[in-house]
Design a binder for this molecule. Structure first.
Ligand SMILES: NC(=O)c1ccc[n+]([C@@H]2O[C@H](COP(=O)([O-])OP(=O)(O)OC[C@H]3O[C@@H](n4cnc5c(N)ncnc54)[C@H](O)[C@@H]3O)[C@@H](O)[C@H]2O)c1
Ligand SMILES: [Zn+2]
Length: 360
């Protein structure tokens, strides 16, 4: 039995299945024209168990990390694909976290101008957030997500038992995006998360599934009517302005979702200083959600205001000469401003350094 929903997309609609047993994996293994691409860590953990049914000799095992999320790695995949007899009828089936998703999604969207792609997310971040939305992104010359396409898989299969083996820092990276989506879902989601947090953090399967489904529902809501991210969907980048900058300045030592936690903290400071977010709500979010989930602290030099601003100026959605920022406001309303000043960045970084006890 699986619970499923369909995401409407003008590229193609796609189905998200929440699987309660691993039977779907044996079914995928029978696919006649499939090529399986699997994150190396996932393969090492599960090749003898959950992934046993896959044809081991035909599996492409990809070692991944953030600095392999680039065109060279995609070319490695093209080199494999062109050797296969299946061409436009090829189905790519990929298992892994958000990095593997971005690499395989980009490859699937570009080879032969697009092939069928089935994705099985194996991290919390990918199950609760990135698996829907259809974005594929690559880093380019150290800049985060500068190259990409819109291309959803045709099927997503969510199977939460994969999450048991995630490393603590990666699991908390996913928690960062889950928190972001619960804040963006409004006060009821925020309170529900606080109530469920002890079970979620213990990786209780029922609580995790609830958090994943709530996160996906909120994301879907923001995407509706703005699939290509020209308006409201852009608000989902809350925490990502400072977050993407920190990923770059730390040379990706801070995982994506952990950088987003830092980004939400910094953005809330700016919002509070502007008077659009009350001190009491900002403090409540900081103490209850952000500080307890920040497990990978940035080095003090990574949050140097000049270094952060140099990266933020590369933001592909920036329009004017000042910087852009998405802020949380009172009543859990989110807004994008295009007039973030260097003084505000300097003040926010100083306060973050003090809160986190970082010394230069
Ligand atoms: N395309 C999108 O819409 C979108 C949205 C959000 C984030 N992202 C991207 O996702 C990436 C982060 O994804 P992530 O947090 O899933 O990280 P990830 O893909 O790097 O995975 C983290 C680590 O966990 C390992 N791993 C994966 N599954 C595992 C499992 N079940 N058990 C044990 N280890 C496992 C991986 O090998 C890796 O070492 C970033 O590059 C970010 O930019 C993309
Ligand atoms: Zn993100």
């Amino acid at each position: 039995m699986s619970i499923s929903f369909t995401v409407q997309s003008s590229i193609h609609n796609y189905d998200v299945f929440v699987q309660s047993t691993p039977d779907f994996i044996s079914q995928l293994a029978q696919h006649p024209q499939a090529c399986f691409v699997i994150d190396e860590n996932v393969w090492n953990l599960y090749s003898a168990t959950l992934l046993e049914a896959l044809p081991a000799n035909d599996v492409i095992v990809l070692p991944i990390n953030e600095d392999r999320k680039n065109l060279e790695t995609v070319q490695e995949l093209y080199d494999h694909f062109v050797k296969l007899s299946a061409k436009r009828n090829l189905t790519l089936v990929s298992f892994g976290g958000g990095i593997l998703q971005d690499i395989t999604g980009f490859a699937a969207s570009t080879i032969y101008r697009g092939i069928n792609w089935i994705y099985i997310p194996t991290t919390l971040l990918a199950q609760a957030d990135s698996c829907i939305g259809g974005k594929t992104s690559l880093n380019y010359r150290g800049y985060k997500n500068l190259v990409g396409t819109f291309f959803p898989p045709t099927q997503v299969h969510i199977f939460t038992p994969f999450l048991k083996t995630q490393k603590e820092s990666d699991f908390y990276s996913g928690i960062g995006e889950v928190i972001k989506l619960h804040l963006m879902g409004g006060e009821a989601h925020f309170r529900k998360f606080i109530q469920l947090a002890p079970s979620i953090l213990k990786r209780d399967p029922v609580a995790l599934l609830q958090a994943i489904q709530a996160s996906l529902a909120v994301k879907l809501n923001y995407m509706t009517g703005d699939e290509f991210d020209t308006g409201r969907r852009n608000l989902l980048n809350y925490g990502h302005d400072f977050g993407h900058a920190l990923e770059s300045t730390s040379n990706f030592a801070v995982p994506h979702g952990q950088a987003v936690v830092f980004g939400m903290m910094a953005s809330n400071i700016v919002a509070r200083n502007r008077g659009v977010l009350s001190k009491s709500l900002a403090d409540e979010v900081l103490q209850n959600l952000l500080l307890p989930s920040l497990k990978v602290l940035p080095a003090a030099e990574s949050i140097d205001p000049e270094a952060m601003m140099a990266v933020m100026k590369q933001d592909k959605k920036r329009t004017g000469s000042l910087l852009a920022l998405i802020m949380m406001q009172n009543n859990f309303d989110f807004v994008r401003v295009n007039d973030l000043t260097s003084q505000e960045v300097t003040n926010a970084m100083a306060e973050c350094r003090a809160i986190l006890g970082l010394h230069t």
